[in-house]
Ligand binder design. Structure first.
Ligand code: SF4
Length: 496
């Protein structure tokens, strides 16, 4: 049986991460995120994190070796999209019961499940996810996968990230390690070219990578593998032959990018496709890296021409929104690359940023925000739901951009809200994505529902009329002015 401990310590020692480099040996051994509180793993466990990274590989069968609940927790909770196979969205689990565990049948059940998947679906590979229960009872998933691979003649990849080992982010990185150990470099492409790149940490949420790929196609740049968004097993297995790489989400897969550089000399940079300037910068850096690796220098001029054309079109389309959004105040509660790339883009169309969360941002992200905002007071690590509610209910922002977990705070405060995280339904990457984002912000802010819901309800007016004298009387007796707005019980949404 292979314990994940050694792999975890390896992942905790990440020289490509500035924060990690600055730590002493003792602090480094503890890892990056706080351990989970038992019973409060709503932010996702390590297994969930591993599955988030690997499941978008669309032609692979993803088998969760666990009691039913683990797969129920993580199934299809992100809006990644596929341009072809749908197998990745089929939910496979060994569905272990107490009887299987007591009678020692779980490894046998796993083997049978692998046989069934092979016979019914014939996928190019099967990924098998370890979970808390199967790790605690000591199942040797590596050995079962090895035996099944020999017997059925296809790659069967063990993913050793049981939930209890740590956070979702640790699971992301362990998934990258599994790709390095078992997938990348196991096949050889027969069409290697000087313009081949990998895009790492891009999840194709709402199909947004499809807004980027045509730009690269026009430049003659081929995406050898986008890991993991809309990926195919073979592309990932051949990705070691790319000439350069862009890392989109560094908190998830920086270990993968760094180790691919060390093993196969694939240089990488961290960039973003959120925002017009960020997209242009990313395209330029891809072209520059390819030239450094031997591509024709003409690609630099072609890239500049494409950027000039696309930026002109995007800014023209955004002009319509400028008078409608000029001076509107935005609160961004997201973090990561979005914390700076969206800030820049929204400021460019005249919106005011009242705050941006830097909870999941790297040191580089924070530095960029400081440069763009020129005032670090608008950066916040994280805001308690109560503070967020107070800020929104006092109308200090006209809209909040965030993930689904904080949406009810905005709605309770009767403030427009837009989902910019993984459950969103619109693609926001690239030039077209930025125009779509601004369009959605405009629709949200100017939705007539807000003036409706901010009016007092009819029964509040009636009761107000009846109760007002006594309220006035009490206020007058206390020597204070009566409140004009209905007070909310903040405790109502403390669970948010
Ligand atoms: S792997 Fe563990 S923490 Fe994660 S869902 Fe399963 S039982 Fe819960």
């Amino acid at each position: 049986m292979h314990s994940p401990t050694a792999k975890i310590q390896d992942v905790f020692d990440e020289p490509a991460c500035e924060i990690n480099r600055a730590k002493d040996d003792k602090a480094r051994k503890k890892g990056c995120s706080k351990p989970l509180t038992p019973g409060a793993a709503a932010g996702g466990c390590a297994f969930d994190g591993a599955k988030i990274v690997l499941q978008p590989i669309t032609d692979v069968a993803h088998l969760v070796h666990a009691p039913l609940a683990c797969e129920g927790n993580s199934w299809d909770n992100r809006g990644t999209a596929s341009s072809g196979p749908t197998l990745w969205r089929t939910s496979f689990t060994t569905d272990l019961t107490e009887l299987d565990i007591i009678t020692g049948q779980s490894e046998r059940k796993l083997f049978h499940a692998l046989r069934q998947i092979k016979e019914a679906y014939a996928p190019p590979a099967i990924f098998v996810y370890a979970t808390c229960v199967t790790e605690l009872i000591g199942d040797d998933i590596q050995a079962v996968c090895k035996r099944a691979a020999e017997k059925f003649g296809l790659p069967v990849v063990p993913i050793n990230a049981p939930g209890f080992v740590g956070s979702k982010n640790l699971g992301n990185k362990l998934a990258g390690e599994a790709l390095l150990d078992h997938v990348i470099g196991t096949m050889e492409p027969d069409d290697v070219g000087p313009y081949d790149i990998n895009i790492l940490g891009e999840f194709n949420l709402s199909g947004e990578f499809w807004l980027i790929r045509p730009l690269l196609d026009r430049l003659g740049i081929r995406v050898r593998a986008c890991i993991p968004g809309d990926a195919r097993y073979r592309d990932v297995a051949c990705s070691h032959r790319a000439r350069a790489a862009m890392l989109v989400c560094s908190t998830a897969l920086i270990n993968l990018a760094r180790k691919m550089e060390e093993r196969w000399q694939i240089p990488f940079f961290e960039g973003s496709f959120y925002g017009i300037t960020a997209t242009s910068e990313a395209l330029r850096r891809i072209a520059e890296l390819l030239v450094k690796r031997g591509a024709d220098a003409q690609i630099l001029a072609r890239t500049d021409t494409l950027i000039a054309e696309e930026e002109a079109i995007a800014w023209k389309r955004l002009e319509v929104y400028r008078p409608r959004l000029q001076g509107k105040r935005v609160l961004i509660n997201s973090g990561g690359v979005k914390s700076w790339s969206l800030v820049h883009a929204l400021m460019e169309i005249g919106m005011e940023i009242v705050g941006t969360s830097v909870k999941k941002s790297t040191a580089g992200d924070k530095e960029r925000i400081k440069q763009v905002l020129k005032d670090e007071h608008h950066m916040f690590e994280s805001m308690a739901p109560r503070e967020l509610y107070t800020m929104l209910s006092e109308h200090k922002a006209d809209i909040m951009l965030s993930g689904g977990r904080t949406q009810f705070i905005a709605l309770k405060a009767k403030t427009p809200w837009l989902d910019i995280n993984q459950e969103r339904h619109h693609p926001y990457a690239g030039y077209d994505g930025m125009v779509e984002l601004v369009r959605q912000i405009d629709l949200a802010i100017h939705n007539p529902i807000w003036s409706e819901v901010r009016e007092p309800a009819p029964w509040e007016i009636d009761s107000h009329a009846e109760e007002q004298p006594s309220a006035h009387t009490l206020s007058e007796a206390a020597g204070v002015a009566p409140s004009k707005t209905r007070r909310h019980d903040v405790g109502d949404f403390a669970e948010c």
